[in-house]
Structure formats: C-alpha cells, structure tokens
Design a protein around this ligand. Structure first.
Ligand code: ATP
Length: 563
C-alpha cells in the first residue's frame, strides 16, 4: 500500500516537519518549499544513497560539484538560450496559461475550453546579472540543469583522473526553471535538486572486440537506475520504464527511457528520471574546430568561442585499414538524469501507509455507526429538498448540489459497510465537497477520530537507509531517574554510529506512534528489567514486534538491521 492521496502526504510533511511552504509568514511564494528538520535528513539520505550507488559502488565513476553560475556561452552553445522553452497557450475563457503539450485533446485542462491562443515560446531560464552593472553583457543564468557543468569539465576530469573510456561523472546540485505550470507539491518546482550522470563511452566505430557499445550501456544504465528505486523500497508495480516515442525524442538522442512512478491522485504515472543516449552531441557542441560534416550531422552551429576541443585520445585503437595505432575522437554520452527532490517525494508517497492496529469492539463502534446512519438519513432529506429546489429553479448558490450530496452518501454507505477497515476513510468522506454543509457529519468525524487515535496508525515504511531518524530511545517511566539516566546514556553511546533521538514527552504507546509516523525503524525502551539485567526492548516499526537485546549488543544489532 502507498499513500491514498497527495493531500495525506502534504499534511504529514507539514505536521511532522518534513516540508514547509517557503516564506509562509508573508503568504508564501508559489511552488517553493523548505525542507524541515526531518525533510533535510530524508533528502540528504536519498542523495547519499544515489552517490553511494553510482560513485562508490562502481569503479568507473568520478564525482563533481560545479558552480550554479556559468559563462553565458555555455547556455548559448548547449542550445538552451535558443530552445529551452515551453510553447504556451493562453485560455481565453478561464485566463489560465497552459503548456501546449499539457492540453487535453486540444482543450484547456483547467476549464475544458478550446478557445485558446496560438502557442508562444517562453524561455524557462532565470536570468540575472553578474557584477554591479545591469547590462546585456553581464547577463548570467541560474543553471536549468546540472549536466552542462559536467560537459564543460569533461577534459579536466578525464585528464586529472587519467580516465579511459568508458567512465562517468556524477553530480548533485540545485537547478532552476521558471516553470509555468509548477505544482503537485514538490513534484514540479522552480528551484529543485538534480542528480545527474554523464557516462562517456566510445562511439561504435572505435570499439574493440568485446567492448560494450552505447546501446548496450544505455540499456544497462536504465536497468541499474530502475533497480536503485526498487532496492530502496519502491514497489516494482508502481515503477515503469517508458521509451520515448520518435516524436518525443530530441533529434540528437538515439533513445531515451523515462523511469516513471505511479504517484497518487492526478499526477498518476509521472517521470522520476530520464536516461538518454545523447551520442556525441553535447561535447561536440562545446568544442572548437569541429568538422563541417559533424556539425551538419548534429545540426550544430560552429563554436567560435570555445578554447578547447573536448575530444579523447584513444591509444588502444588500431585502424583496421592502415594498422595505425591511436585515434582522437569526441566520445558518446549516456545521461541518467534524476530529480533528487522528485525522488524524495516518490519515496514519501511510497512509504506512506495507514493501518488498522487493533480491532475495536462492537460497542465502541456503535456511536460511529449510529452517527453514520443519522447523517445518511439527513443527507437523503437534503437531496430531496435540493431536487425540489432545483425543479423550481430556487437552488441557492451556497447549497451543496444533488450530485455532491449523492457522492457523500455513497462514500458514507461504503464506510458503514466496511467498518472497522474503513475507519480512516470516514474522514475522507467528511472532506468531500459540500460535506461542510452537513451539520451531522461533525459528530461522525469526532467519533471516527476517537477510534482512529486508538486503533489506527500512520506509518512511513521508509527503507532504513532513507529514514531521517534511525533509532528512538524512550524511558518507560520518566520519573524514575535510574531509567531516564540509562536511556540517555544509551542515546549518547549510539549517537556517533546512527542518528538517534531521546524522547520522554508522552506515554510509550504515543511515542511509538509518533516515531512510526516519521519512519523511525527502531524504538528502544528502557524499563525496570533493564536496571536488573542490562537489556532493553527493541521494537520493529513494520512488524511492531519487540525483542529483548543486551545493551552491550545493541549497537551491532541495530547497525546490522539498518543496512
Ligand atoms: P518535465 O517533462 O517533467 O518538465 P523534463 O523532461 O524537462 O521534465 P529533464 O530536463 O529530463 O526533465 O530533467 C531531469 C529530471 O529532473 C526530471 O526527470 C525530474 O526528476 C527533474 N526535474 C526536472 N524539472 C523539475 C522541476 N521543475 N521540479 C522538480 N524536478 C524536476
């Protein structure tokens, strides 16, 4: 199970300190978010897991951290100045602005009208000026992708690290796009973080027997990147590879496979990462002294400003005709380009679970059952009234419509039929449009909330490597100094090895629920027995089972299970 809706994830993120709206005290700024105390840990863990997988666990990769501001010429020759734009249309009906490629059957996705303007281009790069004078010569851009920093450093990295093809460069960093239709929480924002790889390899012509070609390497990267998400907890049935169609492909790309995740709600299947085979396009675009033939093949303009030809000397190559050793050429590149903030959102959606953790007795359910029955009867009455009013043309604008009332009643009926499993769905039914006008639903909501508190839990089943807090330590009794002292000491001793917190601000049951909600894999409780035999209970977040572990073994027990 994953999050039933994006709203649930947004609400948890705010409530528990993962993600806050930016500059909220001044009313915020559209689609801009801050990562709170738990969010920054989670996002850092996502980026660390990526770096470990693509840099440390391979022998053919280097890391890089290039600056956000770059010489404007980078963006001229990369093509971004001329073409990094979204064609936009304005809807004359609802006045909204939409991406031309987001129209639904040629109609405005907001209001359904086809009264639209012709598409116009809008450049997505944020412009700024460098230095004290605001003039055209001093224009710079906030990078819209991190990749160009890698291309510009290709020769530096290759030479400094004495790399032979194939090898890759990985980079994580901020990117900025003046998106026209941002939204869906952190899915599409104007400031975001990318995790990008440029994997340089030999063009087919220069391959030695047995070496993998660009097509094979591209396939391998798609597999490895897909498997990374799965290894960190995304269910394979909510992850798919989608090859871009020939119409979608950029003219220089041989193939691009998007890795998509099934997000909750309207986002549905959406891109997490694109893995592209870009051939020799990028390094050629930034090179001086490129042949006219190559320029024509790649549809590039001559680069009159670059000081360097970004080529590679291959000393193993033997010309099959002349037998001459060595060749100079511009490498091909495979680009797995992922969003760190977008992946973080996917991991949150995937980890979010609501569970029933006990069976309420029939008499405990009784107030909710009778509340539901009364509310449904009341809504039936309102439906009849609304139908009458509509027939006479006297329906008031602030009255819920017949359709809304019917939808609420249907939702309530299915909740009633499926209690107690449906406990958490009762609140959703009470949040449907028009429900705020049904007085009796307040009682229903209260009765459900009381039962939810007792019999359900929200749990983030994050992979232990991603969990913001790895272990929480509680004293069973906070007014028993020996227990408190022991718990605090355990916290201090574990701290250098794992991220651990101490909490004594509520009863154990509540403390467990709070840690479940933020995805903490283990809770350690110090009790009276601990004072006698130096053992503690360790509770597992997912199974909720408890085990007694000797304090002397605790660190190795936990680190083993946190891998
Ligand atoms: P889209 O079609 O969703 O706008 P794109 O195809 O333009 O994305 P790329 O240029 O391929 O995206 O960027 C690579 C990755 O960077 C994307 O797969 C995504 O994870 C991330 N990304 C791109 N734009 C944004 C954004 N505005 N907010 C958050 N992440 C983004």
């Amino acid at each position: 199970m994953a999050a039933p809706s994006m709203e649930r994830v947004v609400s948890l993120c705010k409530r528990r300190g993962f993600i806050f709206a930016n500059s909220e005290i001044y009313g915020g700024i559209a689609s801009t978010w801050d990562y709170g105390p738990l969010g920054v840990e989670l996002k850092n863990n996502v980026m660390r897991a990526w770096w470990s997988s693509v840099v440390y666990e391979r022998d053919d990769m280097e890391g890089l951290d290039a600056a956000i501001l770059m010489n404007r010429l980078v963006w001229r020759y990369s093509g971004h100045e001329a073409t990094f734009s979204d064609p936009l249309v304005d809807c004359r009906e609802c006045k909204s602005r939409q991406r031309a490629d987001h129209l639904k059957d040629g109609k405005c996705p907001n209001c359904g009208s086809s009264n639209l303007t012709e598409p116009r281009n809008f450049n997505l790069m944020f412009k700024t000026t460098v230095g004290p004078v605001e003039s055209e010569e001093n224009v710079a851009y906030l990078r819209p992708e991190t990749a160009q920093g890698i291309f510009a450093n290709f020769a530096n990295v290759q030479q400094a690290m004495r790399r032979k093809l194939p090898f890759g460069v990985a980079q994580i960093g901020k990117a900025f796009r003046n998106e026209i239709t941002p939204g869906n929480f952190t899915f599409r924002t104007r400031e975001f973080e990318q995790m990008e790889i440029e994997y340089f390899c030999k063009p087919p012509k220069y391959l030695q027997p047995g070496e993998k070609n660009d097509v094979k390497l591209h396939e391998e990267w798609v597999e490895q990147r897909f498997n990374w998400y799965v290894a960190l907890g995304i269910a394979p049935e909510r992850l798919r590879k989608r090859a871009q169609t020939p119409e979608e492909l950029a003219h220089y790309a041989k193939a691009t496979v998007d890795i998509e995740y099934l997000f909750p709600g309207s986002l549905s299947w959406s891109e997490l990462e694109g893995v592209a085979n870009r051939q020799d396009y990028d390094l050629t675009a930034h090179s001086k002294e490129v042949s006219d033939e190559d320029l024509a093949r790649l549809r590039l303009q001559k680069n009159a400003d670059s000081t360097t030809k970004l080529d590679y000397f291959d000393d193993q190559y033997v010309d099959p005709e002349t037998g001459k050793k060595g060749a100079r050429y511009i490498p091909y590149v495979i680009e797995p380009s992922a969003g760190a903030t977008r992946a973080t959102l996917a991991f949150l959606c995937e980890a979010y679970n609501e569970e029933l953790v006990g069976e309420p007795k029939e008499e405990e359910l009784a107030p909710l059952r009778s509340g539901l029955a009364a509310a449904r009867k009341n809504i039936d009455k309102k439906i009849a009234e609304a139908e009458k009013a509509a027939a006479k043309g006297e329906l008031k604008a602030d009255m819920p419509t017949v359709a809304q009332l019917r939808a609420i009643n249907e939702a309530l009926a299915s909740c009633e039929a499926e209690l107690p499993q449906s406990l958490l769905a009762v609140e959703d039914a009470c949040d449907l449009p028009g429900a705020d006008r049904v007085e009796l639903l307040k009682k229903v909501r209260q009765a459900a909330a009381k039962l939810c508190d007792e019999y359900t839990r929200v749990v983030l089943k994050l992979h232990p490597r991603l969990a913001p807090i790895k272990v929480a330590v509680f004293p069973l009794k906070k007014n028993e100094p020996r227990i408190v002292e022991m718990a605090k000491r355990i916290k201090r001793d574990l701290q250098p090895a794992v991220r651990v917190v101490y909490d004594d601000s509520a009863g154990i049951g509540k403390l467990y629920r709070r840690q479940d909600e933020i995805g903490t894999p283990f809770c350690v409780t110090v009790d009276f027995q601990s004072l006698e035999d130096d053992t503690v209970t360790v509770r597992d977040r997912d199974s909720m089972l408890q085990e007694r572990v000797a304090i002397s073994q605790l660190e190795s027990y936990l680190t083993q299970r946190l891998k």
